[in-house]
Design a protein around this ligand. Structure first.
Ligand SMILES: [Zn+2]
Length: 638
């Protein structure tokens, strides 16, 4: 729905700049300034032409590429040349638990780990958009079965950790550490899954609630989203307890919601409150929730946790007009008016904007520093931005930053890095007109027409700014149509809107446009969590990813695999997880799953048919959780 009016191609831009700059500096026009020179020039025109042609050929094929390479080698290689550029993507060192051989706890445990997840998939914890109260709507009761399943599967967890039923089905587990002065680690996930539509059930290769394991994959709804998270955490703790080798110094808290898929109104919102009441604001060292998996980009493997989430608002756009008989209609009915207003919205999509502070700038910096197939022109722009930031005045190179913005909006799709619309959705506020309702009878004019427009708000914007933008687009159109406007509880007056050259229209109005927040819920973009090595939280997250990657089974069996690296980069999420209810608990919120990239193994299919997860990837995720728990425990700087 979002129309992109820009089509600037950064590749051809920079190429044409170089081409027009170089020949013009090679002096031909200066000759016209003197007659003598002019005579000499006309006599020797032919040979000069030949020489100049030769120069151009030489310049194009020999000098230019050489100069470009030289320039790149010397000024664009990280840490060389200019020397004062500070890379935005400094990497942390791998971290290995000092006092415990944590990785050994998963050895020989694959069958048990797979069974734990399979069994969890077999309990169909589906939640629906509209649910009654717990205790009244019996669809909630399946969660009792799920918590019973957890009790029997993870006896040591239930013996050593204190479980509290916050709001019946929202569970907190507390593993008390010996040093109360250390902030606890919080690991979160959700027990609920999106429903399997009855119409699609026959399309599944395996029973969606069978939890089947075919020797390679675990199949079924929730196998990936997010029972892998909940069961991954519990498996890691059960195995740590079983090893008898580890007792926490720092408390570990687990919080498992029961309605993440419908916004966490019942589960996570109460879990967040409960933890805040007991432990206080900003009481948590670091929080890891479900989120981005490992992914390959430009020939390099990345772990890119979401350090921020976009905001959210559904707009209810309503047009009220007088009814009447269709045989004597006005020029526009309510449906005609709303069509014009929707057309105006789609004609003025929200301008995407990339801030220099955005994690997406760092994401590109990480690509530029580490990915063999990273586009050269983009690398130049990234380094220009970094150079400008580390220059004396520290003023950002706006032109280069614009090139990065353009890459997210257009280039990322054109060069095949991202599917169409994805890059734009990451850097801007999106709008999607999803629902429309109006008109009941063919001979009656519609009196009330309503459209619902979904918005995901850019990290650089806010709910308030979005509401103002909507008024700015809607008011002038409504005014021309002689419609009153009420926006977010306030009548909008003509003099409040800067409409150049327009005159106020007095007299009776043709109807009214009302803008409101639908579903009674707005969400500003999430605060951005730290994502550089200056942050202890980012270092322990990065260090664990690197340590676990370096000790993966493949690295032991092949030298080539052992030499491969994983790069940590920040990313953002266009959707929202339960973490929206945990903002008060810590600044250090990371939405991340140590799972091999979905595209590579063709696994996942979350929210649709054939959701599944490779068993080996899941075992590695359990190993990651165990290492992370111990690494955070041993860290003293968060
Ligand atoms: Zn999920």
């Amino acid at each position: 729905m979002v129309v992109d009016h820009r089509s600037r191609d950064t590749v051809s831009m920079s190429m044409s700049n170089e081409k027009t700059l170089l020949p013009s500096s090679s002096a031909p026009y200066r000759v016209e300034q003197s007659d003598k020179e002019s005579n000499w020039f006309s006599k020797n025109r032919k040979s000069i032409g030949v020489l100049f042609g030769l120069f151009l050929i030489l310049q194009h094929f020999v000098i230019s590429p050489y100069l470009l390479d030289f320039w790149e080698e010397n000024s664009f290689k990280h840490g060389h040349g200019h020397g004062n550029r500070k890379s935005s993507c400094e990497q942390a060192e791998p971290i290995y638990p000092k006092n415990h051989n944590v990785s050994s706890i998963v050895e020989g445990q694959k069958d048990r780990i797979v069974n734990w997840l399979s069994g969890a998939v077999r309990v169909p914890t589906e939640v629906y958009d509209v649910m009654g109260e717990i205790g009244e709507d019996e669809r909630w009761d399946v969660f009792y079965k799920f918590s019973e399943y957890l009790e029997t599967s993870f006896p040591r967890v239930h013996q050593h950790l204190k479980r509290t039923r916050v709001i019946t089905h929202a569970l907190v587990f507390e593993w008390e550490g010996s040093d109360p002065s250390l902030k606890p680690l919080l690991l979160t996930g959700h027990q609920d899954v999106v429903p399997v539509l009855p119409a699609t059930r026959a399309l599944w290769t395996h029973d969606p609630f069978g939890g089947e394991y075919d020797g390679e994959f675990i199949w079924g709804r929730g196998s990936s989203d997010d029972k892998s998270g909940v069961i991954g955490i519990l498996s890691a703790i059960e195995l740590l307890l079983e090893s008898g080798d580890f007792t926490p110094t720092r408390s570990v808290i687990l919080a498992f919601g029961c309605d993440e898929e419908t916004g966490g109104k019942v589960g996570a919102s109460h879990l967040g409150q409960w933890i805040e009441e007991k432990y206080g604001k900003d009481s948590i060292a670091i929080l890891v929730d479900e989120g981005n998996e490992l992914e390959e980009a430009w020939g390099q493997l990345f772990a890119a946790p979401a350090v921020g989430e976009k905001g959210y608002m559904d707009l209810e756009l309503k047009v009220e007009t007088l009814g009447g008989h269709s045989s004597v209609p006005p020029q526009h009915t309510g449906i005609g008016y709303i069509a014009l207003l929707i057309a105006a919205l789609e004609k003025h999509p929200h301008e995407p904007h990339l801030n220099v502070e955005s994690p997406l700038v760092n994401y590109l910096a990480c690509g530029a520093d580490n990915s063999p197939e990273f586009p050269k022109h983009l690398k130049k722009s990234v380094y220009k931005v970094e150079d400008s930031l580390s220059s004396k005045n520290g003023k950002v190179d706006r032109k280069a930053l614009k090139e990065l913005e353009d890459w997210w909006i257009e280039g990322s799709y054109k060069d095949g890095t991202l599917p169409k619309g994805t890059g734009r959705a990451l850097v801007g506020t999106t709008q999607a007109v999803d629902i429309i309702d109006g008109g009941l009878k063919v001979n009656a004019l519609p009196e009330n027409v309503v459209a619902i427009v979904n918005h995901r708000i850019s990290l650089a914007s806010s709910v308030a700014e979005l509401q103002q933008q909507l008024v700015d687009v809607i008011y002038p159109v409504a005014h021309k149509l002689n419609l009153e406007v009420e926006a977010f509880g306030k009548e909008i007056q003509f003099h409040e809107c800067h409409m150049h050259g327009a005159k106020d229209i007095t007299g009776p109005k043709a109807g009214k446009v009302i803008l409101n927040v639908a579903h009674n819920m707005t969400l500003d973009p999430a605060p951005v969590s730290p994502f550089t090595v200056d942050s202890a939280a980012w270092r322990v997250l990065s260090g664990t990813v690197k340590g676990v990657y370096a000790t993966r089974p493949e690295a032991k069996s092949s030298k080539e695999e052992a030499e491969k690296t994983i790069i940590m980069a920040p990313s953002i999420s266009t959707g929202n997880t339960d973490t929206r209810h945990y903002w008060n608990l810590t600044r250090n919120i990371y939405r991340f799953a140590y799972l091999v990239e979905a595209k590579k193994t063709n696994h996942n299919n979350i929210h649709t048919i054939d959701e599944h997860l490779p068993a080996n990837a899941f075992v590695e995720q359990v190993r990651w959780f165990a290492n992370f728990i111990v690494n955070v425990d041993e860290s003293r700087d968060i």
